[in-house]
Design a protein around this ligand. Sequence first.
Ligand SMILES: [Fe+2]
Ligand SMILES: [Fe+2]
Length: 190
Amino acid sequence: MIDVIEQKVKHKLGAHEMRLRHVYGVAETAQKLARLYHVSEEKAWIAGIFHDIAKYDALEDQLNMMDLRWIKAYVDYPVIYHAIAAANILEHEFKVHDQDILNAIKHHVWGRKNMSTLEKIIFVSDYCEPNRGFEDSPMIYDMATKDLDEAVCYCMKASMDHLIRQGLVPSEEQIEIYQYYQEVTRGESK
Ligand SMILES: [Fe+2]
Ligand SMILES: [Fe+2]
């Protein structure tokens, strides 16, 4: 099954070399963190390699892979569509029904409250995998090995700061999720 999934990824992202390297980077980083946190390395690898599969699909193709409910919910934030579409492709085309893998893919852009360990691992790995070339990647990875929630919080703040620098406004949902993880790291929420 993993072979077939990998072939699909190579086929779809083959023309996007940087993206292909990114998804392998996420899969490998996630696998290492999964080993550390005693969650399935196989699940981490699958979620990592597949999370951006729909990134270059035409909007129409992404929408075709989604329920109206999701389309409406993120109509102002179509950046989320590639994540929902990827989870649906994995479920419908490859019959992967593991909700933890599907949720990790679905929520890789903003995260969500009450993420599972696997979801947090994918969220953080997406940000700190080495091929992305961010200066603070090694520091974030190191942080993730010590305190996953702290690393989640850091990545959320960094991606909102990135939006703000581009003159964009983070969504209310994104801010709420960030505030939730701030509370978690302060020991106020669970
Ligand atoms: Fe993505
Ligand atoms: Fe990604």
